[in-house]
Write a protein that binds this ligand. Structure first.
Ligand code: GDP
Ligand code: GDP
Length: 303
């Protein structure tokens, strides 16, 4: 997990510290010196799916810390390392969202809508979150709001059967907004705490589908819209996040397939782009493979 990103950070921090130390021995560091030193930092970070703006920010912060200063030789590596860390902390200093607390204090039923591209892991993540919430003592119902993709209703029903969670569904091609509306009504009558609603996978070219998603939100007023992003898509995560955020407003994000992703830079990129809380990381195919996101832990893993 994040091995590639870690390797790049480690190597770059060492390289930058070494070159800076060398320059400082000659004279006070100028902006130009640093430009040279930080030249290929950008490329390496891009390779790890860290967005251009994020690596720019790291560069800018390093410049602020180092240009024109007479730093003691032995302190350079410490400063570079600390600047990297602080920059990442700043990027990951997102609004906090504790799902359990949020549900506790909200009026029931709480409607959580899962959005994202096809294959991003929406349905799987929804089931994992259902399992997570059950363990925390909440009752749940699933809404089969993806009434379009072949087999998606069956997939959700299979999860429901395994977890003992009821699935509210209509036929294929049914109005997604109506399915979710029914699930909410069901939850209200039965005093169920949380409705977890699936939606069809969509991209920006699916204009009708984006309209459908807007309708789902208009009709059902979800308490949380959770964007599910496949971490393997790398820098494509940025336009995805922007698109969903502009269309309906994203309240929180989760990243999937972290178990098979060595890079993880897209977490930083999306955090920097839409600045929304990160709820979970999906780390495998079974229900237990769901980690509550912790920025400190993430930074510890990569630096
Ligand atoms: P959807 O189209 O967005 O609903 O995506 P699915 O939930 O059907 O997931 C697509 C594929 O990704 C399935 O094969 C899932 O088992 C797999 N998947 C989802 N989340 C994870 C994860 O965190 N790790 C791994 N390795 N696979 C995942
Ligand atoms: P394509 O013909 O396979 O490219 O599919 P399109 O995205 O053009 O969709 C064709 C029609 O099906 C459009 O009117 C869409 O609104 C509708 N459609 C596509 N996906 C969904 C979905 O997930 N749910 C519903 N209810 N309609 C959909």
């Amino acid at each position: 997990m994040f091995g590639f990103l870690k390797k790049i950070f480690k190597r770059k921090i060492r390289e930058v510290a070494k070159s800076v130390t060398k320059k400082i021995l000659e004279k006070k560091l100028s902006e130009k010196d640093l430009e040279e030193i930080l030249g290929d930092l950008e490329i390496s970070l891009l390779e790890a799916d860290v967005a251009f703006e994020v690596s720019e920010k790291i560069k800018e912060n390093l410049k602020k810390e180092l240009v024109g200063k007479s730093v003691k030789r032995g302190r350079v590596k410490q400063i570079v390392l600390k600047t990297f860390k602080d920059t990442l902390l700043e990027i990951l200093n997102l609004p906090k969202l504790d799902l359990v607390k949020f549900i506790k204090k909200s009026k029931k039923p709480v409607l959580i809508l899962f959005l994202g591209f096809n294959g991003s892991g929406k349905t799987t993540s929804l089931a994992k979150v259902g399992y997570f919430l059950q363990k925390k003592g909440f009752s749940c119902v699933f809404a089969a709001g993806d009434s379009f993709r072949a087999a998606s209703i069956e997939q959700l029903e299979e999860h429901g059967k395994r977890l003992g969670i009821k699935v509210i569904k209509h036929r294929y091609g049914a109005d997604s907004a109506a399915v979710i509306f029914d699930a909410k009504k069901h939850a209200e009558t039965r005093k169920i705490d949380v409705v977890l609603a699936d939606t069809a996978g969509r991209t920006h070219v699916d204009r009708n589908l984006m309209e459908e998603l807007k309708k789902v939100c208009r009709v059902n007023k979800p308490d949380l819209k959770v964007l599910v992003i496949d971490s393997l898509v790398g820098n494509d995560a940025i336009p995805q996040a922007k698109m969903f955020n502009e269309a309906v407003g994203v309240d929180a994000v989760m990243f999937t397939k972290i178990d098979i992703n060595e890079k993880g830079g897209c977490i930083l990129s999306v955090a920097h782009t839409i600045k929304k809380p990160i709820l979970f990381l999906g780390t495998g195919q079974d229900y237990k493979s769901l980690k509550v996101f912790d920025a400190q832990e993430f930074i510890k893993k990569i630096i």
